[in-house]
Design a protein. Structure first.
Length: 403
């Protein structure tokens, strides 16, 4: 338990963190990688370059400070971060290194304003926060299915659209796959020729649980620099059937609630459909009487992956309704519901806007901002809204209001 004086000091720093949070976390990562370059083998370089990692950490530090006297209220946020840590291989011994450099960054950015009393209070608070993470992550490691990164054979590689390719992965050791929940992801660790560091990326599992292999469906990103899309391009262009990929066990706090019988609405944009297909297939096989509305947005039929798979599932059920929205349909495109974009007025027409429905969505950040804003405006309760987003939910909601 923290001393009352420590709690008061930490809370007094909340306004400062609101202003200087990202400057502190940016400086933190600079110091961390200078002193421990081996950690570049864990962190996503693209997210670092875009500032996403810094922003996410700043939000986490701010949330911890604002709730330092009631940390139990941010356990959902902690769990989301802890799943990422477990999938990347973050261990208890990493936390003292992080704490040391976070305190140095606070002092470096705030200067004389970061008094000894403030630094000492943050050191004490960080110890408590780290213990919360370590405790949650310990349980996650125990239940993971395997430790570290396990070799998997690419048994099939299938082009699903002009930009998305599926990889079917079976364990090299032939030992049974770990179970996962529809919506969860795996981390893949890549050694790319010419790169000093390994690169780790998370990809949602795009098939239902209970198969003989895992399936990931990866979009080939077309970034403008060497970091953007490095792993996805390598997977598309260089990895072939028979090759080995190294995976950590499935993880993630975004998954379908299969204990519920509520009407489920699955909304996706682009490659965001991968966890939704896993959810759809799970409902179709395990809850065949459950009502499903499946909505997907793509540029056109050529970029629309897994569409035949989704259509076949829907045709076999009287309880599944599908809607495909194409931004710029081609002359040969058939079977789409709407031209243009998903908007609030159209969602109001097609969705079961009632309390006994649950909504899941995933896609590019601007897409998610629009969907979240629309659902909230249509009076869908927050407890029935679920999404995968890089950062705290409050950020998506704030951006949605601006969209």
């Amino acid at each position: 338990m923290l001393q009352q004086r420590t709690i008061e000091i930490i809370k007094s720093t909340v306004p400062v963190l609101q202003v200087h949070g990202e400057a502190i976390t940016s400086r933190f990562y600079e110091m961390l990688f200078q002193k421990h370059p081996e950690l570049l083998n864990i962190f996503n370089h693209a997210n670092q370059k875009k500032g996403r990692q810094q922003a996410a950490l700043a939000n986490a530090v701010y949330a911890a400070a604002a709730n330092i006297d009631k940390l139990e209220t941010i356990i959902p946020v902690v769990k989301g971060i802890a799943y990422k840590h477990r999938s990347l291989g973050v261990k208890p011994e990493h936390y003292p290194v992080v704490g040391e450099n976070l305190l140095l960054a606070i002092k470096d950015v705030l200067g004389d304003a970061a008094t000894d009393e403030i630094i000492n209070a943050w050191a004490e608070a960080y110890g408590v926060i780290a213990d919360v993470f370590i405790g949650i992550e310990r349980k996650m490691y125990e239940n993971a299915g395997w430790e570290g990164f396990r070799p998997f054979v690419v048994t099939r590689k299938i082009e699903e659209s002009s930009v998305i390719t599926s990889f079917y992965l079976e364990p090299e050791d032939k030992i049974a796959l770990a179970k996962f929940k529809p919506g969860q992801y795996v981390s893949i660790k890549m050694d790319i020729p010419g790169q000093v560091n390994t690169h780790i990326r998370q990809y949602s599992l795009s098939d239902a649980p209970g198969q003989s292999s895992y399936r990931i469906s990866v979009k080939k990103e077309s970034g403008t620099d060497a970091v953007d899309g490095m792993v996805s391009v390598y997977l598309h262009e260089r990895v072939k059937e028979g090759d080995i990929l190294h995976l950590s066990a499935p993880a993630g706090d975004f998954y379908l609630n299969t204990d519920s019988e509520k009407h489920v609405v699955l909304i996706s944009g682009g490659v965001g459909l991968t966890p939704m297909v896993s959810m759809l297939k799970t409902v179709a096989s395990e809850q065949p009487e459950r009502e499903v509305t499946f909505v997907h947005a793509a540029i056109n039929g050529q970029s629309h992956a897994l569409k035949d798979e989704v259509r076949d599932i829907a045709k076999a059920s009287d309880h599944i309704t599908t809607h495909f929205v194409y931004e710029s349909p081609l002359d040969e495109d058939l079977g789409y519901t709407k031209r243009g974009y998903i908007d609030q007025a159209w969602l109001k027409e097609i969705l079961p806007l009632k309390d006994d429905a649950e909504y899941y969505f995933c896609g590019p950040i601007p897409f998610m901002q629009v969907i979240n804003r629309a659902l909230l405006a249509l009076n869908v309760s927050k407890e029935n809204i679920h999404f995968e987003f890089f950062g705290p939910a409050s950020d998506l909601e704030k951006e949605s209001i601006k969209a």
